[in-house]
Design a binder for this molecule. Structure first.
Ligand SMILES: [Zn+2]
Ligand SMILES: [Zn+2]
Length: 339
């Protein structure tokens, strides 16, 4: 069983997940991404290769369009209760309560978001909303993160396009710190800091890649990585799971265009896509919820994996970005895309 571990500084938690276990020999050569369709557990016909299905979207032809299954090697999983204990009065351990799901984007083994029709991308977004809502029903799931790893270098072990959702019993310290800073900003100025970022970005324009369908796509002012991008809803919204049908349609379009720009400009680079949405706030007081909803703004971050974290970055936590976001935005704006 996995567990979460933290040292006395409380600035970093680690999920220790021995069932994903690797022996020394497993680390010697980089694991090959499984890419053959015959032995792909996410392809139609191989459904028995995944753990029992959690959810599926079925088309008019009765075939599935999107499937959700538990991760075969979960980082965290459902357990009767949350146990938190001190270890030797120095460390803290929490048992690995949570959830780890996989959303299979479509039955197509080789079609990524840029290749899929808009209707299919809308089904994927609908599934994200449903699963995030379901996971947030549990108060033990303090933090829920949806992400997509594309390409082996970005952490994908299966080539068939998919996303993952992990629910954890603790709020990661870096997330908590940003949340507290956002709350403090709101309390001082009575404005959402992310809305303020958007106002300034739109006024300046240099880092905007596109503004359409109710969303703003930009290269963040403090981009850590070359060609990092973020998609923000134009109007303030803290909770991704509350988006309307029209906003979902708009998001499908902007997501397809964004990932097409990336694919086109950088020849299908590996990337991580991360959905940042409001914390599970059912435990908060009404006043606390008001501050939380006014100071958080959901967004999607896209991080192309073009550089590697090296000694300086690991040691200091500071990133060296060789491509300023103003330049990245200019290149990304100029990509000719349709749709
Ligand atoms: Zn497949
Ligand atoms: Zn906002």
């Amino acid at each position: 069983m996995s567990e979460l571990r933290c040292g006395p500084f409380a600035d970093q938690w680690v999920i220790s997940a021995p069932e994903r276990g690797r022996r020394p020999s497993d680390y010697r050569r980089e694991e090959e991404e499984r890419s053959k369709e015959e032995d792909c557990p996410f392809c139609p016909g191989n459904e028995q290769m995944t753990p029992p299905e959690i959810y599926r979207v079925t088309g008019e032809d009765r075939r599935w369009r999107v499937r959700v299954v538990p991760n075969k090697f979960p980082a965290l999983q459902d357990q009767p209760r949350l146990d938190r204990e001190a270890v030797a009065d120095v460390f803290v351990r929490v048992n690995g309560v949570g959830s780890h799901e996989v959303v299979i984007d479509s039955p197509e083994h080789r079609k990524e978001i840029p290749d899929l029709p808009l209707e299919q991308i809308e089904l994927i977004i609908d599934t994200y909303v449903l699963r995030l809502r379901a996971l947030m029903e549990k108060s033990a799931h303090r933090y829920v993160l949806l992400f997509k790893n594309h390409g082996k270098e970005a952490g994908a072990s299966l080539a068939h396009p998919h996303s993952q959702i992990i629910a954890a019993p603790i709020v990661p310290p870096a997330v908590e710190a940003r949340l507290q800073a956002a709350k403090a900003y709101y309390k001082k100025k009575r404005r959402c800091p992310f809305c303020d970022i958007l106002v300034e970005e739109i006024r300046c324009g240099e880092r905007i890649i596109e503004e359409a369908d109710g969303y703003v796509l930009l290269a963040p002012y403090d981009s850590r990585f070359p060609f990092e991008m973020a998609i923000y809803p134009r109007d303030h919204a803290h909770d991704f799971t509350a988006i309307t049908a029209e906003q979902r349609r708009g998001l499908a379009r902007v997501l397809k265009r964004t990932l097409s720009r990336l694919k086109c400009l950088l020849e299908d680079p590996p990337y991580n896509l991360i959905l940042q949405t409001a914390l599970n706030s059912r435990e908060e007081t009404t006043a606390g919820q008001k501050v939380l909803s006014s100071s958080s703004h959901w967004r999607i971050e896209i991080i192309p994996r073009l550089t590697r974290m090296a000694g300086f970055e690991w040691g200091s936590g500071l990133h060296i970005n060789p491509t300023p976001p103003e330049e990245a935005a200019r290149y990304l704006r100029e990509v000719a895309i349709t749709g």
